[in-house]
Write a protein that binds this ligand. Structure first.
Ligand code: FAD
Length: 553
């Protein structure tokens, strides 16, 4: 007999599960329920709809209920909220929101939960005042658009400097609002290590965005003129005509919890590798679940569209008896910030340390996104994390104007395949002058790490500068413009004449602008019997570490 599969939530995870189910089982009865007015809409496009980059609401609708019905024979019930699961009877209670809230029960053979996540809205004073918005659904973004069109606000405060907060900041600036970002952490882009977030901070300031970092939200007050004052924990009051709350999301677990399904340690729905909950007839996918971090083995919640889509497929395959295991997540993500691209994959250094992983080494580099001799090369600030014991790639973060996400995608694949830095060094990647380098930034990152592993160029530690004699191998005019306190200047260009002046009994910690000249100097000195190491990333990385408060200023 044909099985009846019901799906709660018809967007990223739910819709992809439904479509995959149909492709695998022509007989199954499949019904999608969503309490919102749409299914299969592009949440990721919402900030750009607010910013008018996407001007038509219908452009956000990836697939309509009619298309689901006609093309896939999938029933879609929008404005239908699932309010309870009766696991013993294998049925759900559905409330028709447009029919005076009439309830009915729907039986299932398999149930898939993809209810997503809800924006955090802490119970602070004034949180429900008009003009304070979250952005999760098309109606949310329509409300923001209407507010902008009707009131012509001048000042926006975005609370939260993560992916969505930064996208909203950019798009509100596009609508000619003066934007302030309030972020509780001392950095923007919390998934990044602080020094990698520093170029993002600088870029935001250069674009005229006001930043209040290291200061939390404490509440809102209305003003007599119809505006708002955003109050902060430090006592600041920021004037605003529009506020966006982008302080994170929490998994929608109420339905699962009420049905007694197990949650994981992070508060998401617990599932196995096939996306099955602890009830053999119920699967769960997307932002509502916990998944395994492939790098640390810990349970995490990663609210991203790619994993939600892939999990939907895995659940469909499991329901159709074609079980395969979801690989886990590594949080590969990218965001555009006023023309800057910020991308990350795998673990961050702080995440690894938090997880108690000590087998970690890192390299910094700042190569051009294509050959330097071809006009228009832009630097990519790249940090690569790897395990020194076996060279396994653990994570990477990159920031730049061009070519950033391409490098992170290559490294993301390397991580999935369990590759080592030797594989990065050897990777054969596209090259022509306008696209890359004969040694691509990915190759270079691998080569730097391999040189360290092979003892050819040990990496110095920026956090342990006291453990050696600091040598700045840049030219005197560069040294005069700014250098690390305590460094002597011995330029690479005169090193062969003067290297005997360096102390032999101490480790030499070398640096230059970005790491390349110090590499040449390290190799020269090591071949002359010196214990030389390279402080990777050079003075550029030193500046970012200091600005991020990770080194004494
Ligand atoms: P959702 O897509 O949120 O779908 C859940 C659906 O379930 C909702 O429509 C909801 O109405 C419905 N629902 C919930 N409970 C019930 C119920 N009881 N009954 C009926 N229906 C219910 N990710 C990226 O990877 N890249 C990006 O660039 C990106 N940008 C984003 C920008 C914004 C503004 C937002 C909000 C998210 C963005 N994301 C991005 C995250 C991505 O959209 C989510 O990770 C993804 O949509 C999660 O899919 P999901 O199926 O779990 O949940």
């Amino acid at each position: 007999m044909a099985k009846r599969v019901l799906i709660v939530g018809g967007v990223a995870g739910g819709a992809s599960c439904a479509a995959r189910l149909r492709r695998l089982d022509e007989e199954a009865e499949i019904v999608l329920f969503d309490r919102g007015p749409h299914v299969s809409f592009a949440n990721c496009g919402l900030p750009y709809f607010v910013g008018n980059v996407i001007s038509e609401e219908r452009s956000l609708l990836v697939a309509s209920p009619e298309l689901f019905q006609q093309r896939f024979n999938i029933g879609v019930q929008t404005r239908h909220e699932v309010t309870a699961i009766d696991r013993a009877r294998r049925s759900i209670r559905v409330r028709a929101l447009d029919e005076n809230g009439a309830d009915r029960d729907e039986p299932y053979d398999a149930l898939v939960l993809s209810p997503g996540a809800a924006p955090m809205r802490p119970p602070l004073p004034g949180i429900d005042l008009p003009g304070i918005f979250a952005v999760r659904t098309i109606p949310d973004s329509l409300r923001i658009r209407h507010w902008i069109d009707a009131r012509r606000p001048a000042r926006a405060v975005v609370v939260g400097g993560g992916f969505i907060g930064l996208e909203m900041a950019e798009n509100l600036a596009r609508r000619d609002l003066q934007v302030t970002i309030l972020e509780k952490l001392p950095q923007v882009m919390p998934p990044l290590d602080a020094e990698m977030a520093d170029p993002v901070r600088e870029h935001l300031l250069a674009q005229g965005v006001t930043l209040h970092l290291g200061d939390g939200l404490s509440g809102f007050e209305p003003t007599a003129s119809g505006g708002l004052i955003v109050r902060t924990e430090s006592g600041r009051g920021i004037d605003a005509d529009l506020v966006i709350l982008a302080i994170g999301v929490r998994p929608e677990t109420a339905l699962a919890q009420a049905a007694g399904l197990a949650l994981g340690p992070r508060g998401g729905i617990a599932v196995d590798a096939e996306m099955r909950t602890d009830d053999p007839h119920i699967w769960a996918v997307g932002d509502a679940i916990e998944v395994t971090d492939v790098l640390t083995g810990q349970e995490i919640i990663v609210p991203l569209a790619g994993p939600a889509n892939r999990q939907g497929r895995v659940a469909a395959e499991s329901i159709c008896g074609r079980a395969r295991a979801f690989r886990g997540v590594q949080a590969t993500a990218v965001v555009g910030v006023f023309g800057l691209t910020v991308a990350t994959t795998g673990a961050s250094e702080k995440g690894l340390r938090r997880a108690g992983v000590t087998d970690v080494e890192k390299v910094y580099l700042h190569p051009g996104h294509h050959a330097g001799y071809y006009p228009g090369a832009k630097p990519i600030h790249l940090k690569l994390l790897f395990a020194p014991s076996d060279g396994r790639v653990l994570g990477a973060q990159a920031v730049g104007l061009e070519g950033v996400e391409k490098r992170i995608d290559v490294i993301a694949m390397a991580i999935q395949m369990g590759a080592s830095v030797r594989d990065l060094a050897e990777a054969e990647l596209c090259y022509a002058p306008q696209f890359g380098g004969a040694k691509d930034p990915v190759n270079l990152a691998g080569m730097v790490a391999v040189n360290h592993l092979d003892g050819l160029m040990p990496l110095g530690d920026w956090n342990a500068l006291g453990e050696g004699a600091l040598v700045d191998v840049r030219e005197p005019h560069e040294y005069a413009a700014g250098h690390v306190a305590g460094a002597v200047n011995l330029p690479l260009s005169t090193l062969r004449q003067h290297y005997r002046e360096l102390p032999r009994e101490r480790r030499l910690l070398l640096y230059c602008g970005v790491g390349q000249r110090a590499y040449y100097a390290t190799r020269f000195l090591r071949q002359h019997g010196y214990d030389a190491a390279n402080l990777s990333g050079g003075y550029a990385t030193y500046g970012a570490l200091r600005a991020a408060g990770l080194l004494p200023s």
